[in-house]
Design a protein. Structure first.
Length: 484
């Protein structure tokens, strides 16, 4: 038999409960709103238009809000670290617990890598003469330069060290960075709106020419799992709350609402700036920033750089936290080696898990953004699978009043059951949009191939760990994952 305390952590079994509500909200919002809000609005204008993007984000936000209801309900019943893994394990058993953990590792680590590359993109645009030197090679049409590889690697290492210093350090950083991001977004929108209306500038057509309104809308809806990924960082941190888990529901809902507002505000600001001159910016390396700077002056570029930088850094920080807690929980349950469950004796953080995420992501700067985008595109699949498991767990609790790991048996709740079931349907809908041939959100063949490789690797890893994982008794598993 495996000693439960050893399973929990060979060094220290408990994370510190120092996560404040404001920090948890900042983790959710800062993770959900990354570089995409400041780089992609120009592309959304071409793919969805102002009307298609607005309607798509409202629909996507409402769908994610339904899923967030399930997250809030389940966190209240199972407030443990690495929540997404624990929820699948509770409701559907050990195989599904591993699948959820493998999918979340893909989703979170992939976005850590993407944010590291986004740091270099900001530098490439603002300091091209410095960063676009010493070309190493090209991959998938993207030129890779030595200064960019070094910079991305440094940021990955710096944020690994920051996270090793503990959740309080990470939480404070996230809060102040999100505050700067919000201030930047507010100033950009107010300035662009005032100039647009006072000058009487023209808006482009509400839907792109030659694009069906339905296709325009659902192209944006298919983007929702990726656009909002990060709001679900809250359940991964539930074992470190210094507040009642009941507050998580409000934090999640406000996080989804705020993320939707930021995406739409930036879309409107960029639309005001671009107007009918989309083709004039099409070849620009950062068209959103260039258009905003052209509209409101050099201060616009400064605000865009500051806001985008905060979005990138909060994404780096938030997904480091989330991915390390997923690996921590998988280590505690023996899904992966128990070394991942070890906590640093000084800072009480999952040091081995954090270093492992950093080591995995340090490969990414050598591939460039084009090849990395293949990996990142498939992260929406992993996140959608995790959404499904959480919603199913909410459905099971609502129907039966109890799942494995809960400390007490509750009365069945019809509302929780039906919201969970609706969330399951929406999650499956996201998967269909991503995987169904002919869908407006269908993954490219490179992403599908990478997804297949990740699935095969997960199958091999599961088979190598199955004996140890299944050797744990239910009581040992209960102590390792749910009684921390």
């Amino acid at each position: 038999m495996v000693n439960p305390s050893d399973t929990a952590s060979p060094v220290n079994g408990r994370l510190e409960k120092t996560m404040k509500p404001s920090w948890a909200f900042a983790m959710a919002l800062g993770s959900a709103v990354g570089w995409g809000a400041f780089i992609l609005p120009f592309d959304w204008g071409a793919e969805g238009g102002l009307a298609g993007t607005t309607i798509g984000f409202i629909i996507g936000g409402l769908i994610i809000a339904v899923i967030a209801v399930s997250y809030g309900n389940v966190i209240e019943k199972l407030p443990v670290a690495g929540g997404g893994v624990a929820f699948a394990l509770s409701s559907l058993g050990r195989l599904h617990g591993f699948i959820a953990g493998w999918c979340l590792t893909l989703g979170y680590a992939g976005i850590v890598a993407l944010n590291a590359s986004a740091v270099t993109l900001v530098f490439r645009v603002t300091l091209p003469q410095l960063f676009m030197n010493y070309k190493l090679y090209s991959l998938a049409g993207w030129d890779i330069y030595l200064p960019e590889v070094i910079t991305a690697s440094l940021f990955l290492i710096i944020f690994a060290v920051l996270n090793i210093r503990g959740i309080a350090f990470s939480g404070r950083f996230q809060f102040f960075a999100v505050l700067l991001l919000l201030l930047g977004v507010v100033f950009i929108f107010i300035a662009s709106a005032l100039i647009f209306f006072t000058r009487g500038l023209e808006l482009p057509a509400v839907f792109p020419e030659g694009v069906s309104p339905w296709v325009a809308v659902f192209t944006i809806v298919a983007f929702a799992p990726w656009a909002y990924v990060g709001f679900d960082s809250v359940p991964q941190l539930a074992g470190e709350f210094n507040f009642s888990p009941k507050k998580a529901f409000a934090l999640l809902m406000w996080g989804v609402f705020a993320a939707t507002a930021i995406y739409l505000v930036m879309m409107f600001a960029v639309t005001f700036a671009v107007g009918k001159n989309h083709d004039a910016y099409a070849s620009d390396s950062w068209p959103t920033a260039t258009a905003i700077a052209d509209l409101i002056g050099p201060i616009g570029l400064i605000l865009m750089v500051v806001s985008a930088s905060m979005g990138v850094l909060t994404g780096l920080n938030g997904f480091y936290v989330s991915s390390s807690r997923v690996l921590l929980t998988m280590g505690r349950a023996q899904m992966i080696p128990s070394a991942f469950a070890r906590l640093d004796p000084k800072f009480n953080s999952p040091k081995v898990s954090i270093i492992s995420v950093a080591a995995l992501c340090l490969i990414s700067p050598w591939f460039g953004r084009s090849a990395l985008s293949w990996i990142v595109d498939m992260t929406s699949v992993g996140i959608s699978v995790a959404y499904f498991y959480t919603c199913y767990c909410a459905y099971a609790i609502g129907k039966k009043g109890r799942v494995f790991g809960m400390s007490s048996h509750d009365a069945p709740r019809a509302g929780m059951k039906w919201f969970g079931l609706l969330g399951c349907i929406f999650s499956l809908g996201f998967l269909l949009l991503l995987l169904l041939p002919g869908s407006p959100g269908q993954l490219g063949k490179e992403s599908l191939f990478a997804l297949l490789l990740w699935a095969i690797l997960g199958m091999v890893f599961f088979l190598t760990r199955k004996k140890t994982y299944y050797a744990l008794s239910e009581e040992e598993l209960l102590q390792a994952v749910y009684r921390q």
